[in-house]
Write a protein that binds this ligand. Structure first.
Ligand SMILES: [Zn+2]
Ligand SMILES: [Zn+2]
Length: 320
């Protein structure tokens, strides 16, 4: 019957329309809901998650009389090398309101006296774990300069195998130098990448790979080639310094930095400057000039800092 048919048809159409209308409305509502509310919630959650993470760095001493630096977060910190006295370490930390108890680890680069003098005391007497390779540890324990030998405090590490100290991811990498074994360190913390390579004869492809990842780079600029050549050192010592497993001169460091610079590199710290064969200003000018030739402006594109031999730097605080 047409009437009935019409009625049924009308009813079906109405139902279909109602369902369609409801679906359309739901889609719009869902879209608005997803667009406005959850996005805001998401952003809020992301903002909460993306809380600025702070990485701190301070050089306590840098050079052949002693090396030690602090890398820390707002809660804890580590030392790299301990070639200066415990009292000097404590004072430098205290001057920057860093309680000594905040130190949770010591990482060692190699077994030369200017890097390890206080390591045994910090490790065995004060209970601070000492991270280094077995070859470096054996060299340290043979070294006369370390009165306290390290046994239980040792934490073995393997080059290029990352390990965690709290939420810092640390990787030791091979550098060419004349210690029993020699490493640099890359430290990742949140979005920060800190890399340190002191005492390094030249830059190998492995070292270059790590160094060029840095946001904050501590790199050696040990000597000026002319000053060393004309300086008072005996020939055998001059040869040792310029050898591929010796130290880096200003020009080599400048060349590496100028040819590998990326905008992500914001701070360059020049370390282990020689007292007799370099001047902080000469190292600074050599590197600044070479960077300038590549169109990289010190002070604008990157900060350049020479680290002092016998006193602590300021505490640098990086936020990301
Ligand atoms: Zn050294
Ligand atoms: Zn050395």
């Amino acid at each position: 019957m047409p009437k009935r048919y019409k009625f049924i048809n009308f009813s079906q159409n109405e139902e279909t329309l109602t369902v369609e209308y409801r679906i359309k409305n739901s889609i719009i509502l869902l879209f608005l809901f997803r667009l406005i509310i959850p996005t805001n919630l998401c952003n809020f959650a992301l903002l909460k998650q993306k809380k600025m993470m702070q990485l701190q760095y301070m050089s306590l001493a840098s050079g052949s009389s002693g090396n030690c630096c602090y890398i820390g977060t707002e809660e804890y910190g580590i030392l790299i090398d301990a070639g200066i006295g415990i009292r000097t370490i404590k004072k430098a930390l205290k001057d920057n309101n860093i309680p000594f108890e905040r130190i949770v680890a010591l990482c060692i680069t190699h077994d030369h006296a200017d890097h390890i003098k206080a390591a045994g005391h910090l490790g065995e007497k004060m209970g601070i774990p000492v991270y280094t390779t077995t070859a470096i540890l054996n060299g340290m324990n043979r070294n006369y300069c370390m009165n306290d030998k390290i046994y239980s405090a040792h934490r073995e590490i393997v080059k290029e195998v990352p390990f965690m100290i709290r939420d810092m991811e640390i990787t030791a990498f091979e550098v060419p130098h004349d210690g029993s074994d020699n490493v640099g360190y890359r430290i990742r913390y949140g979005e920060h990448t800190f890399v340190l390579a002191t005492d390094m004869g030249h830059i190998t492809p492995t070292a270059a790979k790590y160094l060029s990842e840095a946001n904050y780079l501590v790199i050696e600029a040990n000597y000026d080639a002319t000053m060393l050549q004309n300086g008072p050192y005996p020939l055998h010592l001059k040869r040792r310094i310029v050898a591929p497993r010796g130290h880096m001169d200003n020009a080599e460091t400048a060349e590496f930095l100028a040819t590998t610079y990326r905008p992500e590199l914001t701070h360059i710290f020049l370390c282990h400057l020689s007292l007799d064969n370099n001047h902080p200003q000469l190292a600074y000018k050599t590197i600044e000039g070479r960077l300038y030739n590549e169109g990289i402006r010190v002070g604008k594109d990157v900060q350049l800092i020479t680290l002092a031999r016998n006193h602590a730097s300021q505490l640098y605080v990086f936020e990301k």
